[in-house]
Design a protein around this ligand. Structure first.
Ligand SMILES: C[S@@+](CC[C@H](N)C(=O)[O-])C[C@H]1O[C@@H](n2cnc3c(N)ncnc32)[C@H](O)[C@@H]1O
Length: 260
């Protein structure tokens, strides 16, 4: 009997006997098994060389290994898809929570860096989360990844340098919500929201919503991530208050489309 057949039979037996509590599977059958996502469903973007190149350019920005080497292709696929959809609408792209620009760089490369014509507003404190804005749970969670001022200053300089050849990419250093008042917004068609903090994200959503085009799209990075439940609750309340709801993706992201 081939080795793989043996493992399949073993998995079948385990599932039959212990299936209510356990799920055994053979690694080779998964199309994706990282970033908390395990699936056998098809993931064609993993064979798309254009996407993979954009992803790799984004990943290169993670110089301080924030993601500790974990790949997040499926999340980046969602963002690239949403940006590709939004580029057909009038309005700018905005990101609240840019860090080293992994998401933004991947999106720009995916849409074609040479021809990238959208205004893309990138906003970050470049000092991490703001302690006064955090709940006790968030404080505990975020206390693990604190970076020195020196590292943040390097990240800020890296991001400015990274996007300096794109006239329409603007990098803003400042704390959300205050910094939003200093930015001139026009219509917005795409918002990537990734602040790891329910309070600041709610403020950003309230501020940006009136600028969001009908059909405009919001990608919530932390919607379903374990330990980020306060954000999920707030995202749901926000969406409900605007007569819509959040599409929950297995990547942990959430999607809101403005329909009225
Ligand atoms: C998870 S990281 C974002 C990762 C990023 N989307 C990427 O492409 O790699 C969260 C970022 O939010 C920023 N941040 C958190 N709270 C903020 C606030 N109130 N105002 C501005 N930036 C904030 C942090 O400095 C951090 O860079």
């Amino acid at each position: 009997m081939r080795r793989l057949d043996f493992y399949h039979l073993l998995a079948k037996a385990v599932n039959k006997c212990f299936g209510k509590k356990l799920y055994a599977a053979v690694r080779a059958d998964f199309t994706y098994a990282k970033d908390n996502l395990l699936t056998k469903n098809s993931a064609p973007f993993l064979r798309d060389q254009f996407f993979l190149r954009a992803y790799s350019e984004g990943k290169k920005t993670d110089k301080d290994r924030f993601l500790k080497g974990v790949d997040i292709e499926w999340r980046i696929h969602t963002l690239c898809w949403a940006a590709d959809y939004a580029k057909q609408l009038d309005g700018d792209f905005v990101e609240c929570g840019t860090r080293t620009g992994f998401f933004a760089k991947s999106i720009i490369e995916y849409l074609g860096a040479e021809a990238f014509a959208k205004r893309f507003v990138l906003i970050d404190s470049f000092q991490g989360v703001i302690p006064e804005f955090l709940s006790d749970n968030e404080k505990l969670r975020e206390s693990k990844g604190v970076k020195s001022d020196d590292i943040w200053s390097k990240i800020y300089n890296q991001v400015k340098e990274q996007f300096s050849s794109h006239d329409r990419v603007e990098v803003y250093k400042g704390v959300i919500p205050e910094v939003l008042e200093n930015i001139e917004f026009g219509q917005i068609s795409f918002l990537s929201l990734d602040l790891n903090n329910a309070y600041a994200e709610r403020k950003a959503l309230d501020y940006i919503w009136p600028y969001l085009q009908l059909g405009g799209i919001i990608v919530l990075d932390d919607y379903g991530y374990p330990g980020f439940e306060e954000q999920q609750k707030m995202h749901d309340e926000f969406a409900r208050s605007h007569n819509t709801s959040v599409l929950c993706l297995p990547t942990c992201q959430g999607i809101i489309i403005k329909t009225e």
